[in-house]
Design a protein around this ligand. Structure first.
Ligand code: PLP
Length: 392
């Protein structure tokens, strides 16, 4: 296979590069044990092992495994014990799942414009903001607001990224959420984690995700006198097994990304009209992010890379002020819940009606890196990218 062909396949999920029968010891263990329900056994389940390992690696007091990051966001929001119609400030540039999680909890999303790095601009938040979700998009560590009682970090796209002080993303606020969906850094097809250092938050999330119960592993669930209702977000052992396998490769994967990022920063041409943006030391180097002179040049670069079979993407899809789920204020409920609790006016915070953000998105181009390639192939891959970009 030619190098360019291989490059074309180097798309997320990076963890899928490590999916191999010879490496699936956890999955074999679960199948040999013939128990796929995590609370069937009193001994440490595979889901509990995943939670232990992720707590240690991420530096969190508690982790809870769930089916996906959308459930994780819902749990984090519910644990704050909100009132229906409470506002949640969230990024105007992120995946629509965040808005869906907010709305399905009966809460009202307020879209906050992005800063230069395309992360939520904390200077736009009102001083009395109670609930804020910040998303670390594409491995980029966002600046966090200070003094927010319920700060939720959505780390679906940034597993392994670190703040300048070395702490893992997801550990700085009330809760952090992660995804193992197919398009993320590590994958189990679907999968999610919520982490928290707050004892009460974790207890509430654990209860709610298991029918409101006070379950003891190995037993039928029990309900305390003061129990509230819940749902069932309890993960399966087979999924946790794949996640444990994926997680074993996280550091190797991040190192592979760092190595290729360094090669690219050394070898790519210094072009002011097609500038590769430097990333912060703690970012997960998911991609090379280019900022182009204008949209025409960006689109030409997209076409040229695609023609050569080199994977690339843009971020325009994340602009939520134009997303039908938000502009239409529609609901599956007959009474329009929870939009019927929302005020009439604008639920967006921006200095300029998102004009600058729209322009930045139009000029942004991302090229994924290939963590699993040996160094010589990474050098060749960067040359291939260089050749294409020099010709546009
Ligand atoms: C993918 C994604 C989600 C949702 O994750 P799922 O595991 O698919 O539910 C939430 N937020 C962001 C930023 C994402 O990219």
């Amino acid at each position: 296979m030619t190098l360019d062909k291989r490059l074309g396949q180097r798309f997320l999920p990076y963890g899928a590069n490590w999916l191999d029968w010879s490496d699936m010891t956890e999955l074999r263990e679960v199948i040999d044990h013939r128990v796929l329900f995590r609370y069937q056994t009193e001994t440490e389940s595979m889901a509990s092992r995943l939670e232990r390992v992720t707590c240690e690696r991420l530096g969190a007091a508690h982790t809870l495994a769930v089916h996906n990051c959308t459930e994780a966001l819902r749990l984090a929001l519910i644990a704050t014990r909100p009132r229906i119609g409470d506002r949640v400030y969230m990024p105007a540039v992120t995946f629509v799942a965040v808005a869906g999680a907010v709305l399905s909890c009966g809460l009202i999303p307020v879209l906050v414009d992005a800063d230069d790095s395309l992360s939520l601009d904390p200077t736009l938040l009102p001083a009395d903001a109670e609930r804020v979700i910040v998303a670390h998009m594409e491995g980029t560590v966002a600046t966090l607001p200070e003094g927010v009682p319920y700060l939720i970090e959505d780390c679906a796209q940034s597993l392994g990224a670190r703040f300048p002080d070395g702490r893992s993303v997801g550990t700085a606020g009330y809760a952090g959420t992660f995804s193992f969906h197919h398009n993320k850094i590590l994958t189990s097809g679907e999968g999610g984690l919520v982490i928290s250092n707050d004892e009460q938050a974790w207890a509430a999330m654990r209860r709610y995700h298991d029918h409101g119960s006070a379950r003891v592993p190995g037993r039928y669930p029990t309900w305390n006198e003061d129990a509230h209702y819940g749902e069932n977000f309890v993960t399966g052992e087979q999924v946790a097994a794949v996640q444990c396998q994926q997680f074993r490769h996280l550091d190797e994967l991040l190192e592979g990304l760092e190595r290729m990022y360094a090669i690219a920063m050394r070898d790519l041409p210094d072009r002011a009209d097609l500038e590769v943006r430097p990333r912060a030391a703690g970012d997960a180097k998911v991609s090379l992010r280019f900022r182009c002179r204008d949209r025409a040049l960006r689109d030409a670069a997209v076409a040229a890379l695609t023609a050569e079979g080199i994977a690339n993407w843009t971020l325009n899809k994340y602009l939520l002020p134009e997303h039908p789920v938000l502009t239409g204020r529609r609901s599956i409920y007959a009474d329009g819940f929870p939009w019927n609790f929302a005020p009439e006016g604008s639920l967006m915070l921006s200095h300029d009606g998102f004009a600058r953000t729209r322009d930045r998105l139009d000029r942004t181009l991302c090229v994924p890196l290939a963590p699993e390639l040996p160094e010589a192939e990474q050098v060749a891959a960067v040359k291939a990218i260089r050749r294409v970009l020099e010709a546009v």
